[in-house]
Design a protein around this ligand. Structure first.
Ligand SMILES: Nc1nc2c(c(=O)[nH]1)N[C@H]1C(S)=C(S)[C@@H](COP(=O)(O)OP(=O)(O)OC[C@H]3O[C@@H](n4cnc5c(=O)[nH]c(N)nc54)[C@H](O)[C@@H]3O)O[C@H]1N2
Ligand SMILES: Nc1nc2c(c(=O)[nH]1)N[C@H]1C(S)=C(S)[C@@H](COP(=O)(O)OP(=O)(O)OC[C@H]3O[C@@H](n4cnc5c(=O)[nH]c(N)nc54)[C@H](O)[C@@H]3O)O[C@H]1N2
Ligand code: SF4
Ligand SMILES: [Mo]
Length: 888
């Protein structure tokens, strides 16, 4: 796509004027804090300079660090770390929070509601009041609903950046829509958390300090932890101390990553895997472990579904109704080798129907059913072992490109003692083969026997409690009770993806309510497939999807295959975006609403109900201009759509107060608490319940579902083979001739958070002005590419350009490009669309559902094929001197 330099100039509303002379680079300077000054800070404190300090929560990334927002005359002037919360300000803040001060006051912020006046994407806007925008949006939503039904609405959202997500759910539920949400949870961590709830009852701790004392091995799969979270956060500090600095650490580190990340450099063993083949590696390690009987057999037999009998004719679990003629579908059958007969497992009592049964872990048995028929059954473990046997060392070495000795050493290392697993987005999530990968990972976790145990994988609880009473969790506010069974079926992909729809959710929630008294949250565990949504918008099949509300997300930068995203958005009758900036997606909207940022809203969250803590923070300042907090936006729409009685809380402060009212604390008191956390307990499954039975696991069977009974119930045989990526040297050899490199995208970079941080004049873009991709130095030599050269990276979907960073930390056949690039300084109207076609990774990715995971629909961002060649000239818009560092 060609550019002419005048295209950088912007019109009044598409902003991106950037380099504003009037926006002083010195604005908001604040005298350095002394330790005494930090010590003196408390909520509502006014210092000697007249600055009002509010005890708040930064939400510029997931870590939600406690900070103080300092303001004068309603304007943010400084940010200080809240030492009581262990915070140090990170690079996104800069010195004394100067970058956040600029972020909040930046002239390019969307400060008023904008209504499209020209064609979609033409960049012509009219400034209107928020009230008018809400009136018109609500009217159009109701029109679309009357014409096509409530299922024609889809809500698009991003990675966790706001604690108001339940409000969007509540609005959609009451609208009659079964929360048809499109979000990166599909390929980020949340799909997995959901599956793990089916398997373990609760998710194992998946980031941060998830290795309790006594760990012998930590497995890092596809995580660039050095940039994952800004260096100065608590989690990163722990990582830094324990993983990078401490050579005396009492455990070993295993890293599986095609790149030599910082952790890989400090690891005891690094496996530079061919992207997209982690499932094969895990199955191969599993095979070694079972061949050598290194696993914890007691744990498998006593605490998992491994001994349950599976019929060999139907490949389904034998359940009480078939075995006994009637009974509970959640009761299963195992084999008693002493008595030589099948015996019933009663899930609720966590006991076999007869005393003293030690079930067979392995074997094949003839079992007589109530019908009189005799069927051959094998234990789930036997079937798992048979599948693993398909992955001998040579095969796995060939698939993964790893030396056999390394695979073997890794398997042994995992069985050395308790192991914990820290999986990043490079592992299963963005491989396009998620479920088989997850199941293989679960084998390894179960083989260690250390899940929820000392030195192993801690499990998140369902809290937190204040004064013994649990706070109101997100799930309780989502309005699940308003969603009808018919509505659930009218969600895109309901049939196609049973593990990513209400089909599994209803089963998991049934358990969640039983054990915890709350439903399983909807939030980001089921996501509708964007590719299918765009088709539904274009073709009306399986039903028309015609209205989209996008908030805290930029679909254009995160979703696969940008061309398809544009087509899909254009086929909608109504496109609404709630944003800080005129982003590529906002540029295609009918209405853009001005979003208030974290400094302008209070904070209270149970963190999507995944973790077992809640964090709180006061509002730093009132929203500037017409900016709206997300809750107010959804409540505003809700009232206009006739939902007022269900939204009694006028302000977000009211919401916070409501969530802790039963705990006997007020808004002000809970803000003072900062972080609320229940004590951590290990081996909860061994506890004894009030009725004298064992607590077991919070699953349908009361055991860890190494063979997931809920998958079985949904008709999915949960022992899966390795599946080669849809696009790869082996699955598409002809394509490989033309596109001779394996492409992976991602690789987080501080100070960016996805597409955030690109806006000039704040100080973040100035640190890292241009997109870079990693290439092996020898490959560069062969292709005549020098360090810093702009290059084209091309796949069958399109081409983009980024600058080469040559090094030895990546293999010669792999290219890693950065994701989420857009250019706020460019024009908003088509075809420029804020430079989305220039460098954004998802111009290259594939959203064809047939290429993705068969059960979840996740697509591949980590294993595609590409070619790379030098740009003859740097891009016309490139100016090396453009983003000079800002003095702070
Ligand atoms: N600074 C910063 N921090 C962030 C974010 C951000 O945007 N910026 N985003 C946050 C979010 S939402 C997320 S999801 C996390 C993601 O953080 P990470 O999970 O760390 O994801 P990436 O940084 O993309 O790193 C992925 C790693 O996987 C490796 N990899 C690529 N392909 C494969 C493969 O096939 N197999 C294996 N085993 N490894 C592979 C890559 O080489 C890379 O080292 O970061 C969070 N933290
Ligand atoms: N090719 C490729 N694609 C990827 C990835 C990859 O590694 N490679 N990573 C994937 C992953 S793990 C993730 S999590 C996604 C990230 O995708 P997203 O989470 O959607 O991230 P962004 O694209 O940065 O979009 C966030 C937008 O929300 C706005 N925003 C921020 N906070 C708020 C708020 O509080 N309220 C409102 N209304 N708006 C707000 C910001 O200005 C920004 O424009 O990308 C995914 N896509
Ligand atoms: S790490 Fe930085 S950006 Fe993230 S929450 Fe903490 S202070 Fe904010
Ligand atoms: Mo993510």
């Amino acid at each position: 796509m060609g550019f002419n330099p005048t295209q950088y100039l912007n019109n009044e509303f598409s902003s991106g004027v950037s380099f504003h002379p009037e926006f002083s680079r010195d604005d908001g300077r604040y005298e350095d804090y002394t330790p005494e000054k930090l010590e003196a800070l408390h909520n509502n404190y006014v210092d000697e300079e007249g600055v009002l300090w509010k005890k708040s929560r930064c939400f510029a990334c997931h870590l939600v660090c406690g900070v103080y927002v300092g303001s004068k005359d309603g304007k943010v002037v400084a940010i200080a770390p809240d030492k009581s919360q262990g915070t140090e300000l990170c690079e996104r803040h800069g010195k004394n929070g100067i970058r956040m001060v600029k972020f909040n006051n930046h002239p390019d912020r969307i400060n008023h509601a904008l209504k499209r006046v020209g064609e979609r994407g033409e960049g012509k806007w009219e400034k209107i009041s928020v009230e008018q925008a809400l009136d018109e949006i609500a009217e159009k939503l109701l029109e679309v609903k009357a014409k096509y039904g409530p299922e024609s609405l889809v809500v698009a959202e991003g990675t966790y950046r706001t604690d108001h997500i339940w409000a969007a759910r509540r609005f959609a539920s009451l609208f009659g829509n079964a929360c048809q949400v499109m979000g990166p949870g599909h390929i980020c961590a949340m799909w997995k958390v959901f599956q793990q709830e089916a398997i373990y009852g609760r998710p194992p701790v998946f980031f941060g300090h998830n290795a309790p004392q006594g760990t012998k091995t930590r497995y890092f799969g596809g995580m660039r932890a050095e940039e994952f979270y800004a260096n100065r956060s608590i989690v990163s500090r722990i990582m830094k101390e324990e993983l990078w600095g401490d050579t005396q650490r009492p455990y070993k580190i295993l890293v599986v990553d095609p790149c030599c990340t910082t952790i890989a450099r400090n690891a005891d063993l690094w496996l530079p895997i061919r992207p997209g083949t982690d499932a094969a590696l895990k199955l191969g390690m599993g095979n070694i472990i079972v061949q050598e009987k290194l696993y914890d057999a007691d744990f498998l037999r006593d605490w998992t579904t491994a001994p349950f009998l599976v019929r060999t004719d139907t490949k389904k679990l034998l359940r009480e109704p078939a075995f006994a003629g009637k009974g509970n579908r959640h009761n299963f059958v195992a084999w008693d080798p002493v008595k030589g007969k099948a015996v019933l497992w009663i899930s609720d009592t966590r006991k076999f129907a007869e005393d003293g049964v030690v079930p067979a872990l392995e074997g094949e048995f003839d079992v007589k059913l109530a019908s009189g028929e005799t069927v051959k059954c094998k234990t789930a473990f036997t079937l798992i072992v048979e599948n693993l046997a398909e992955y001998p060392l040579e095969t796995v070495a060939q698939i993964t490109g790893l030396p056999e000795q390394k695979i073997e050493a890794a398997a042994r290392m995992l069985m050395d003692g308790p192991a914990s697993f820290t999986m990043g987005r490079g592992d299963a999530d963005q491989s396009g083969n998620q479920v088989n990968n997850l199941l293989a990972e679960n084998y390894l976790m179960c083989f260690t026997g250390a899940v929820d145990g000392q030195g192993g994988q801690e499990m998140y609880g369902v809290g937190p409690h204040i004064n013994g009473v649990r706070v109101v969790r997100d799930a309780e506010l989502e309005g699940q009770e308003f969603i009808s069974a018919e509505a659930k079926k009218k969600t895109v992909g309901y049939e196609r993806y049973p593990l990513n729809s209400w089909q599994l959710h209803d089963l998991v929630s049934e358990q969640h309510i039983k054990y915890h008294g709350t439903p399983r949250e909807i939030t980001h565990c089921m996501n509708v497939h964007p590719g299918l949504v765009w088709e539904a918008a274009k073709t009306g099949k399986p039903f028309p999807v015609k209205a989209i509300i996008s908030w805290h997300t930029d679909l254009m930068t995160w979703a696969a295959n940008t061309k398809h995203v544009v087509e899909g958005l254009k086929a909608m009758d109504l496109v609404v975006q709630m944003e800080y900036w005129m982003t590529p997606a906002a540029a295609l909207a009918d209405y853009v609403l001005p979003a208030a940022d974290w400094m302008e809203r209070p904070f209270f969250s149970t963190m999507e109900d995944v973790f077992d803590f809640a964090a709180t923070g006061d509002r730093g300042i009132r929203p500037q201009f017409d900016r709206q907090i997300d809750y107010d936006f959804f409540r505003g729409l809700a009232i206009r759509c006739g939902q007022e009685e269900h939204w009694p809380w006028k302000t977000y402060e009211d919401v916070v107060a409501m969530r802790v009212e039963k705990c006997g604390v007020s808004y002000d008191e809970v803000i003072e608490m900062g972080t609320i956390m229940d004590p951590h307990e290990l081996e909860k499954y061994k506890q004894v319940r009030k009725d004298g039975t064992l607590r077991g696991w919070d699953t349908a069977s009361g055991r860890v579902e190494i063979f997931p009974t809920l998958y079985d119930e949904l008709g999915i045989y949960p022992i899966l083979p390795y599946r080669e990526p849809a696009e790869s040297p082996y699955s598409t050899p002809e394509l490989y001739e033309q596109y001779p490199f394996v492409l992976t995208s991602g690789g987080r970079t501080i100070p960016f958070f996805h597409s955030d941080g690109r806006v000039p004049d704040i100080g973040t873009r100035e640190m890292h002005p241009w997109p870079v991709f990693m290439m092996n130095i020898e490959t560069g030599r062969q292709l005549g590419i020098r360090d810093g050269d702009w290059c084209w990276i091309e796949t069958p979907r399109g081409r983009i350009r980024q600058r080469a960073r040559l090094g030895n930390e990546i293999g010669q056949k792999v290219i890693q490009i950065q994701a989420s690039w857009w250019y706020p300084e460019m024009r908003a109207e088509e075809p420029v669309l804020k430079g989305i076609w220039e460098s954004s990774a998802n111009v290259l990715t594939n959203d064809d559902p047939d290429a993705g995971d068969p059960y979840i629909g996740g697509w591949a961002n980590r294993c595609l094929l590409c070619k790379v060649y030098r740009c003859e000239e740097p891009p016309e818009w490139f100016d090396e001197r453009k983003f000079l560092p800002i003095a702070e």
